[in-house]
Design a protein around this ligand. Structure first.
Ligand code: ZN
Length: 167
């Protein structure tokens, strides 16, 4: 994180969501957390709506939820879920020393031409050899997530472990 370009006390999360600007101590968040995560912990979260069954299932799988304040305004789901993977993974180069990579599940529900379109993205973000990466599985239907999550998580971690960017 550049400490030269930012005014004191302002830090830019250049990891998971590059446009997320927050005004907290710089060591308070890692690249794998969004400001929303901490807002939730401070009790300021809004009630979660949309894809309720998926959210409840993810909670039983050890995921935590946070408000998705950066969603498209037409998205009827106002949350995302995140969990650190137990699968062994190459170390992310950010200053986050925790083992394992974070997996983020983001649902969307949009009405297009009077039809409800629901889909889910499952994503891994991290820094390898000085390059930031997003590895994303998308267009998964919410009801398919319980049977696909384990395979998708394995594939995301495998792809992450296989990255060999030139520097
Ligand atoms: Zn990281």
């Amino acid at each position: 994180m550049s400490k030269i370009d930012q005014p004191a006390g302002i830090a830019v999360d250049r990891g998971v969501r590059p446009l997320d600007v927050f005004c907290v101590a710089e060591d308070a968040l890692t690249c794998h957390e969004r400001t929303d995560d901490r807002h939730q912990e401070h009790g300021a979260r809004k009630p979660f709506v949309g894809a309720d069954e998926l959210r409840e299932w993810l909670t039983t799988q050890g995921f935590r939820c946070a408000n998705n304040t950066l969603r498209h305004q037409g998205n009827g789901c106002n949350w995302y879920a995140y969990r650190r993977s137990n699968l062994s993974a190459r170390t992310c180069e950010c200053n986050d020393d925790k083992p394992g990579m974070q997996i983020v599940v983001t649902p969307s529900a949009m009405v297009l031409h009077n039809r409800l379109h629901e889909s889910v993205e499952i994503e891994l973000c991290g820094e390898a050899n000085g390059v930031w990466w997003k590895v994303t599985a998308y267009s998964i239907t919410p009801s398919d997530v319980p049977k696909k999550l384990a395979d998708v998580e394995r594939a995301l971690i495998s792809a992450w472990n296989a990255l060999t960017p030139n520097t």
